[in-house]
Design a protein around this ligand. Structure first.
Ligand code: ADE
Length: 246
């Protein structure tokens, strides 16, 4: 998969060299290219923002540098990328969207600072390409760079061969499957005693059926406590008699 990021803070994307994404790049599974938007700003101060029409606080990112940057990035590859525009006004970034984006061959991220990008840029590319305005949550950050790091990590770990163990995403919270509507429950590792705390006996029983049932009960308990909205929203057929008794 190819990923381009156009930003006024290329250094902010340095974490893409580390850990899971860094390793995927080193292995050639991800081709990541970070571009400085100011390369496409031509005045003496490399200006990328201006005051908003209609008045109001803050600054708006100018259309010309974004247009030149996106034209250059799009022309540098084969086919049409999907453009991902991080904005608190976008559609929610969910595991389902991460899966959908992980199946695209080429993503271009356009993190903005200030009050956002001149609307005409979104319309211009939306007429020709698949443009997604995406929010990572109901809070406002100072810019879209941190959301890009979040989205790239969620997407990269879904690519074939990127996670060591393909089974690792099977039980993820929000992963499709038997426990699709439940959050992942607690996990334990060695030693069997830590301070005065042991681990649940069932996990040592070797009884796979009982362990699966226990995991499901714990997932249900945690979801009820932390995200009752997920239980409300779920298809009632997703829950069995035992769940309902909890
Ligand atoms: N830019 C600023 N806040 C954001 C958010 N919550 N999601 C995506 N992009 C953003």
């Amino acid at each position: 998969m190819r990923l381009d990021v156009v930003t006024i803070f290329p250094d902010y994307l340095e974490p893409l060299n580390v850990s899971l994404v860094g390793k995927a790049r080193a292995r050639g599974q991800l081709d990541v290219r970070v571009h400085d938007l100011r390369e496409w700003a031509h005045d003496k101060h490399n200006t990328v923002d201006d005051t908003p029409y209609g008045g109001g606080p803050g600054m708006v990112m100018k259309p010309e540098p974004w247009g030149e940057a996106l034209d250059a990035v799009i022309a540098s590859g084969e086919g049409r990328p999907t453009i991902v525009v991080p904005t608190p006004s976008g559609k929610p970034f969910t595991q389902a969207l991460a899966v959908e984006l992980s199946e695209k061959p080429w993503l271009v991220f356009t993190p903005a600072r200030y009050e956002g990008i001149d609307r005409r840029v979104i319309e211009e590319y939306g007429d020709r390409l698949d443009v997604r305005e995406v929010s990572i949550g109901d809070y406002v950050l100072a810019g879209g760079e941190a959301p890009v790091l979040v989205m790239v990590e969620a997407i990269a770990r879904l690519l074939p061969g990127v996670l060591g163990n393909a089974e690792s995403h099977r039980d993820d919270s929000f992963a499709p499957g038997a426990m699709a509507d439940l959050l992942e429950g607690p996990v334990y590792t060695k030693p069997p005693q830590w301070r005065d705390r042991g681990i649940p006996d069932v996990l040592l029983s070797g009884h796979h059926g009982k362990i699966a049932r226990w995991r499901r009960d714990e997932a249900f308990r945690r979801t009820t406590a932390n995200r009752p909205d997920l239980i409300e929203r779920a298809d009632p057929a997703a829950f069995d008699k035992k769940d309902r008794e909890m």
